[in-house]
Design a protein around this ligand. Sequence first.
Ligand code: VGL
Ligand code: ZN
Length: 202
Amino acid sequence: MKAANHALVVIDVQNDFCPGGALAVAGGDEIIIRINGLMDRFATVILTQDWHPATHASFAANHPGAAPFSLATMPYGPQVLWPTHCVQGTAGAAFHADLRTDPAQLILRKGFRPGIDSYSAFFENDRTTPTGLEGYLRARGVTGVTLVGLATDYCVAYSALDAARLGFQVTVLQGACRAIDLNGSLAVAQDQMRAAGVALEV
Ligand code: VGL
Ligand code: ZN
């Protein structure tokens, strides 16, 4: 068992990010067995769930003429336009059936505001609107987090960078993550995480 002040945060292990899903990450389902085993080693287990309204501004389908995976400029900065995914209440937004959910004390949903995406479990993509996770962790005395899940280069990396910026001790278990790797995004994310003092472990 890890120290009581260290939490496991499982990012977006949802059907749409697994093979067959709307925004499938290669091998996304391969990490589930390891994540399930990790849950017993942490006193605090948190799951996140990407949870978009159908009208969400990050969906290419809501930008006439825009191709999936193209870039748009939002008031808060550049935003990748994704295939429609993780729509609230759909099967694609549900956790993968093999993921253990019973050990989790908190399920945190993000990306529910129509006009702004939220890759990070801590802040929306303007990097200032909080999700509340920081307060939850601090109120419970958590000072370190281990991150696993999908996708390494988007929601995991953004969460890791925000956690480091907030002063948490951060570990990413890369073997329990899979990446989208859009135009070299994985290498960029790894460099940024390393520079921020995130421990990148296998
Ligand atoms: C994610 C793209 C869009 C992720 C979520 O979970 O990494 N990526 N929404
Ligand atoms: Zn999303």
